[in-house]
Write a protein that binds this ligand. Structure first.
Ligand code: GAR
Length: 194
């Protein structure tokens, strides 16, 4: 099983879905670390309750030096022997240095049907565009924001009168089902490459 780190910034519901899937010993990744850039992230408590080692590295203590923050994260990742990273609501843009260091070993979940709506406010933007459907995407992380090769997507309808919150609530459980499946696929592709 590949050693998995999950990077979060907040609630961590996608993280929880991954931890639950990984309880099955036949799941191809084993969580060894949950790391947050926010010390108060709710997901850190959830991970600790599941018995997973956690670390908080507060990006604010590094000022504008993004790479110094990432080097601190990287030390934790290396010490834990991490082989694959899943970003799960991790809300810091990563530098090319970090992305290149983990290229082909780092995946992300994004709440839109990429390549549509990279960045923030994805649900409102899909509603405002009059789209018939929205969804979520798991992709490899590449230097461009939300730009890497797509691993898997799932869609939901946008209904008349939808608010961004209503749409987000419809997509979230779909994320929770999609992410473990896509992570398993990513692990298989890493193993096949080795
Ligand atoms: C999820 O909807 C995830 O797709 C999104 O943030 C939420 C995190 O929720 N990610 C992004 O917007 C990345 N740019 P969670 O902490 O409960 O998993």
């Amino acid at each position: 099983r590949l050693k998995l780190a999950i990077l979060i910034s907040g609630r961590g519901s996608n993280m929880k879905a991954l931890l639950e899937a990984a309880r099955d010993p036949s799941f191809p990744a084993k969580p060894v670390l949950v790391l947050s850039n926010r010390p108060d992230a709710k997901g850190l408590e959830t991970a600790a309750d599941e018995g997973i080692p956690t670390a908080a590295i507060d990006h604010k203590t590094f000022g504008k030096d993004r790479e110094a923050f990432e080097r601190a994260m990287n030390e934790h990742l290396e010490t834990a022997g991490v082989e694959i990273i899943a970003l799960a609501g991790f809300m810091r843009v990563l530098t090319p240095w970090f992305v290149n260091t983990w290229e082909g070993r780092m995946i992300n979940i994004h709440p839109s049907l990429l390549p549509k709506y990279k960045g923030l406010d994805t649900h409102q933007r899909a509603i405002d565009a009059g789209d018939a459907e929205a969804g979520c995407t798991v992709h490899w992380v590449s230097p461009g924001v939300d730009d890497g090769e797509i691993i898997q997507q799932a869609s939901v309808p946008i209904l008349p009168g939808d608010t961004a919150d209503a749409l987000a609530n419809r997509i979230l459980p779909v994320e929770h089902a999609l992410y473990p499946e896509a992570l398993a696929k990513a692990c298989e592709s890493i193993k096949a490459r080795a």
